[in-house]
Design a protein around this ligand. Structure first.
Ligand code: NAP
Length: 307
């Protein structure tokens, strides 16, 4: 049975590689369906999405197009990535209607410091084809600028240009600062989470305050060693899955939204094949036990980030 599952996974992957991204089917998962989460504003969104940090120009466009055609329906961008228009070009090229794709972008810290938040949101809206933004986040909790920024973000929800607003890289006290002044509640806190930085406490506190937690750097940015971890490799072999698929599944079973990035069509397809197996409670525990509180980059601390 396990050998059979492993063979099917390899065959599906080989077919995707041979076919190239354009002909990857639009199925969401193999035997299972894309998992969804409900946000506190009533919106239901895909739990697994597609990250775009570092992807620019044609690579961003082609990767986003490939991801949407493979079945992703949630795309994560940011003003700071310099790729909003490229991401939009990928959405358009995918041929999937705008209202079937959930687009997240984020307000950059320098914009908050300079007091140009409105102009930046207008520029983001223009980059996304003059349509709307599904979810707009504060990218980093710039000291002394949270309330002012939040008020402006609320204006854009009221005028219908932004559907939901949220936070990123916030510790519980930052969330409290927003909740104290919010007339529209934040729905998400996007934070760094992977097996070497499990963030049990921040994630738990975030959920307890009614915000959905979303994992960034879910695969350790492909550079911190989690994809080659021996414990994860053992679990992957037991399921006939790759390390990346096991890690993504661990995020999903924790109830986290997760947005792995790839510019490789085979990886893009592979990372979506995570709805046809389940990790046992023991396997979940083993992966969570790998925690080292180790950020992919030490300066990514929400209390001291220098940008
Ligand atoms: N809010 C924030 O401050 C913040 C910060 C960072 C990131 N993010 C968001 O979170 C998204 C994801 O995080 P991330 O991009 O930093 O890192 P990530 O998704 O953890 O890792 C991406 C790396 O993993 C590799 N990879 C992907 N799938 C793979 C697979 N199946 N097998 C082997 N390698 C694989 C990719 O290489 P290939 O291209 O070769 O597949 C790439 O090098 C970002 O793209 C961005 O949208 C947000």
């Amino acid at each position: 049975m396990k050998i059979h599952m492993f063979k099917s996974a390899i065959l599906a992957l080989a077919a995707a590689v041979l076919a190239g991204c354009a002909s990857i089917t639009t199925r969401q998962g193999d035997n299972g369906k894309m998992m969804q989460v409900k946000l506190t504003n009533g919106m239901t969104v895909p739990q697994l999405g597609f990250g775009t940090w570092t992807l620019k120009g044609d690579v961003a466009k082609e990767s986003v197009k490939c991801a949407i055609q493979a079945g992703y329906r949630l795309i994560d961008s940011a003003q700071g990535y310099g790729n909003e228009a490229d991401v939009w070009a990928g959405v358009v090229a995918s041929g999937i209607p705008r209202n079937e794709v959930f687009i997240t972008t984020k307000i950059a810290p320098d914009v908050m410091r300079e007091g140009t938040v409105r102009a930046s949101i207008d520029a983001s809206l223009a980059a996304f084809g003059g349509t709307y933004i599904d979810l707009l986040l504060i990218h980093w909790p710039v000291k002394g600028k949270l309330e002012e920024t939040w008020r402006i973000m609320e204006e854009y929800v009221r005028n219908g240009k932004v559907r939901a607003i949220g936070l990123s890289n916030c510790n519980p006290h930052h969330i409290d600062e927003i909740l104290a002044v919010a007339t529209i509640r934040p729905v998400v806190n996007q934070i760094e989470i992977h097996p070497y930085m499990t963030q049990q406490e921040v994630a738990g506190a975030t959920f307890a305050k009614g915000l959905q937690v979303e994992s960034w750097g879910p695969l350790g940015q492909g550079k911190n060693g989690v994809l080659a971890d021996l414990e994860i490799a053992k679990i992957a072999a037991a399921h006939g899955k790759s390390a990346a698929q096991v890690i993504i599944r661990w995020h999903l079973q924790r109830g986290l939204m997760v947005i792995p990035r790839s510019s490789n069509p085979a990886h893009i397809a592979e990372n979506l094949q995570v709805f046809d197996f389940e990790l046992t409670p023991r396997e979940m525990q083993v992966i969570s036990g790998l925690n080292r509180n180790e950020r992919t980059f030490e300066k990514n601390d929400p209390e001291t980030f220098p940008w």
